[in-house]
Design a protein around this ligand. Sequence first.
Ligand SMILES: C[S@@+](CC[C@H](N)C(=O)[O-])C[C@H]1O[C@@H](n2cnc3c(N)ncnc32)[C@H](O)[C@@H]1O
Length: 203
Amino acid sequence: MIADPIRAHFEAHAATWDEHAPPDLDARLRRLLLPFAEPLRAAHLILELGTGTGACISHLRHYAPSARLVSLDLAHAMLVRARRRNAAAHLAQADVQHLPFPSANERCGFDLVICHNSFPHFQNKPHALREVRRVLRSGGRLLILHHLSREQVNAVHQRIGPPVADDVLPTAAEMHQLFDRSGYVQCWVEDAPTHYIAHAVRP
Ligand SMILES: C[S@@+](CC[C@H](N)C(=O)[O-])C[C@H]1O[C@@H](n2cnc3c(N)ncnc32)[C@H](O)[C@@H]1O
């Protein structure tokens, strides 16, 4: 029995997860990442949070062919599927609230942290944001991405019910507050009818 209800939920749904993906998911992911092609190309070390079955990995590889990419997830069953899809990926089972990496310094740290469709599930968001900030190098960037609108994401979680019913994507104002309190700069949020992007930089 898994004590963490969020982890138990994703462990249980991993086997059928990809059956629920939209048929144009790949095109949506390419579009979502396109504005960040330059920072992706320039990054040496990228961390992906909540990779699930690894849907983003090949797209991150496309934009960042020479970076070292580490993709992590809380649920082991999700990572098993991510491995099948991406044989050479660097995968890790970990909770974003306890990242298994040293604090960044002048010599090491992530250039980019990407989080697609997983931020609403982080139960202690201020803590998760501080933990991400800890491993980002100075000038490193955090991207929270969704290929659906905020309303659509929140409605999907409501429809699924517990334990994800209340896993909401914050409004732009709430996200700004979260970023500010966690010590980020250059924060902006695009809360659009087709997608959601939240961007922040570690000073
Ligand atoms: C909705 S799925 C999205 C998966 C993938 N990024 C995608 O776009 O298909 C959310 C993922 O976040 C993971 N997750 C939830 N809470 C987490 C946490 N605290 N730390 C790491 N991963 C987490 C879940 O296990 C799940 O695989």
